[in-house]
Design a protein around this ligand. Sequence first.
Ligand SMILES: Nc1ncnc2c1ncn2[C@@H]1O[C@H](COP(=O)(O)OP(=O)(O)OP(=O)(O)O)[C@@H](O)[C@H]1O
Length: 132
Amino acid sequence: MGRVPPRPREDPRPLKGVLRSFGYALEGLRYAWRVQRNFRLEAYLGLLALLLALWLGVDPLPVLLFSALVLSLELMNTALEALTDLTSPVYHPLAKAAKDAAAAAVLLASLFALLGGLYLFLPPLLRRLGLS
Ligand SMILES: Nc1ncnc2c1ncn2[C@@H]1O[C@H](COP(=O)(O)OP(=O)(O)OP(=O)(O)O)[C@@H](O)[C@H]1O
């Protein structure tokens, strides 16, 4: 196995260091956006839910929290997929368990977000449409 390259030395200037970490995080966001169709879909759905909340006059905070949860878990899932592909490019039951469990975390959060969305939006939506 090749040698691990040394970690770059920490920048002694605090602001520079923070800005550099921020840049790496943005690179991670760009990577997930490029390679993960689900991440893009979840981001668009979150935006749609936010617009719906504003239109219906519903508190947008729960929408933001659910979106943050789902998108963050999708990012962790993306990270885990990349690591699994790196360490286990051939089939291994533990690689399967890791990927499946990470996918299950996103699924679970998405289901709760869906239930939360129905609870939040259904009554005002029915009222707005004159159906209740
Ligand atoms: N190295 C591996 N060893 C064992 N099973 C694997 C391996 N790679 C993938 N799998 C199985 O195939 C499934 C799909 O893996 P894949 O890497 O294609 O991710 P994915 O589900 O397509 O994710 P996404 O759609 O988010 O990109 C995994 O959930 C796992 O069950």
